[in-house]
Design a protein around this ligand. Sequence first.
Ligand code: COA
Length: 199
Amino acid sequence: MTGCLRFVKNTDSSRWEEISSLLKLAHAKNKAAGMDMALPGLPTEELKSFVERNNGAMFLAMDDDKIVGTDCVIFKDYKMWCGTGMYAYECLASVHPDYHHQGIYRALDKMRDKYISEHGIDRVLMDTHEKNSRVIDIKEKSGFKKVGLKVFSNHYSVVMVKWMNKAPYPDFVYAVVFNVIRIYRKLRYKPGNVKRFGI
Ligand SMILES: CC(C)(COP(=O)(O)OP(=O)(O)OC[C@H]1O[C@@H](n2cnc3c(N)ncnc32)[C@H](O)[C@@H]1OP(=O)(O)O)[C@@H](O)C(=O)NCCC(=O)NCCS
């Protein structure tokens, strides 16, 4: 770390090249381990356009003027077995490899949740490659439950939800329903024969 860490909500669209490079760097290890996720790998212009057309809010961790962490929230409306209506969708979470295990993601997580609550939204969803056990562990420790499985052209992604207040069902309900969905989707859909299936 070179200076003082700060956490900001980004309003400066000139930093997209840097955000895009950080995402690719942070995901390089995932990619080498066969976890190739679509969104972080998008070219800079497409990434910027994805966030802007969804009115996304970017949260950044800065070490002096260097971006060392990212997180993004967009709001969506969807119906799922565990809830309907508007929800927040978290994406583009990354921390520079030199800054891992220092609580940077945890701080971004707090900032993101505050923003979501201020918008009167009661739940946040995210998904990640089913083999991304580091992220799944972090998410479970911070109160997310596994609720679904998306099928992409080259992998399955676990869908997880956290309620800002109290989860409506006891933990065993999420565990049972998630496992039923997981088994069904894996039997029914194989990556490669679908473009994308899920939320
Ligand atoms: C996943 C990633 C963002 C984590 O960043 P990080 O800054 O190293 O994470 P933190 O230091 O904030 O988390 C540290 C600890 O706090 C815990 N934690 C984080 N948020 C928490 C919360 N809200 N409540 C409780 N615990 C929490 C984590 O479990 C973790 O514990 P551990 O280090 O003992 O395992 C980082 O590893 C990364 O960039 N990975 C590659 C990109 C990637 O996979 N992105 C996610 C795509 S979905």
